[in-house]
Design a protein around this ligand. Structure first.
Ligand SMILES: C=C(O[C@@H]1C=C(C(=O)O)C=C[C@H]1O)C(=O)O
Length: 365
């Protein structure tokens, strides 16, 4: 692809590995803590529970909360930074919080916060991201960039680039899912293809998954975390509160420290690299079958397009419209029925044939 991949490769190579700023002796490695700092007692009690798991490497808490509507709890403010410091002094855990403007950054740097993150509602605004980047020029601090709330890879990449341009090298992307108008089982569906594409563009950029915001409800946090591990994502950010039901924000998705620690023991990490020779050979055989089928699909598509173009010429000679809705609807119905019989997902087949049909129309215009 020619869309600026070269400069991104350079950027990717210069990014510091996570072990430069957080220990990497456990998979998953986890940044955990309450959605919001609410009181010193709540912060310390949560941290005391979390530190029992050796997976937990840093403590998070939101101090300034961007809320969708006014009159919700908008965060405790700067006093929360003192509580983060108290957590660090007692547990030794590095601390992390969200920043959205210059003032937040100045206060965090003064209070000795170790890791900053940029929230999903901030990543959507290049003005805000640039303001943050300018305030961080010359500062050596890890910055995690949450994906923008909307499914826009460009904004996510742009935010990483703005921070890189002011000298931040301890960077990571934080995947918290994407907002959607339609109801789904998730609060913010993961759209895994977007973080996967981000990883393809910036292979060295550490990717952290935030299953709490993707799930939105407690019982889905574990399956989403497991999906992230199955994909090979080793870092997680998870919300935890000593009394989740009483939480002033995100009450439904927070886990007690005890439940979180237990969950971390149940999660299964995958081995990062394939070393076993037999396994390697077996995988290579399967991949050659897959490549063979891919080649067939491409040949068949090329042949399909030849017939499409021929019918297109015929339509032109006889003044017949290119789009034939009846035929298209029949085809789609047939294909979906056939696909379901062989165990393929209807939506998947619909997406594929919509793409093929769009191309078929283009070829006839
Ligand atoms: C190829 C045709 O043109 C269009 C493309 C179709 C396809 O890709 O199968 C089906 C119907 C038309 O909208 C056709 O009329 O059959």
């Amino acid at each position: 692809m020619k869309d600026g991949i070269e400069p991104l490769k350079k950027l990717s190579r210069a990014i510091a590995p996570v072990e430069k700023w957080l220990p990497q002796d456990r998979v998953p490695w986890v940044i955990a803590g309450p959605c919001s700092a609410e009181s010193l007692q709540q912060m310390l009690a949560t941290a005391r529970g979390l530190v029992k798991s050796s997976h937990v490497k840093a403590f998070r808490a939101g101090v300034w909360k961007p809320r969708t509507r006014p009159n919700a709890f908008e965060g405790i403010g700067a006093v929360g930074l003192d509580w983060l410091k108290a957590v660090k002094d007692e547990t030794g855990l590095p601390t992390a919080t969200e920043v959205a403007n210059t003032e937040h950054i100045e206060l965090c740097l003064k209070a000795g916060v170790d890791i900053l993150w940029i929230g999903a509602r901030t990543t959507v605004s290049p003005f805000s991201v640039q303001e943050i980047a300018n305030a961080l020029r010359g500062v050596d601090i890890p910055v995690l960039v949450k994906n923008p709330v909307n499914a826009d890879l460009g904004l996510w990449l742009g935010a990483v680039e703005r921070l890189f341009d002011v000298g931040i090298r301890k960077l990571a992307a934080l995947h918290r899912g994407f907002s959607t108008y339609v109801e789904t089982e998730f609060r913010n569906p993961p759209n895994w293809q977007i973080p996967i594409e981000l990883k393809r563009r910036l292979p060295n950029l550490p990717l952290i998954c935030d299953p709490s915001h993707i799930a939105g409800v407690r019982h889905l946090v574990e399956p989403v975390a497991q999906m992230a591990l199955d994909l090979g994502i080793t870092g997680l950010m998870i919300e935890s509160h000593v009394q989740p039901d009483e939480a002033l924000s995100d009450a439904k998705q927070q886990l007690t420290p005890k439940d979180l620690c237990r969950m971390l023991e149940r999660l299964r990490a995958r081995n990062a690299t394939v070393t076993d020779r037999d396994l390697k050979r077996h995988m290579a055989r399967l991949r050659s079958e897959i490549s063979h089928i891919d080649a067939k699909i491409i040949e068949d598509l090329a042949e399909r397009m030849k017939w499409v173009e021929e019918i297109g010429r015929l339509k032109q000679q006889h003044n017949v419209p290119v789009l034939q809705l009846g035929r298209w609807e029949n085809l789609l119905e047939d294909h979906i029925a056939k696909a379901e019989k062989v165990g393929l997902d209807a939506e998947f087949i619909k997406d594929i044939f919509e793409t093929i049909h769009a191309q078929a129309i283009k070829r006839q215009l």
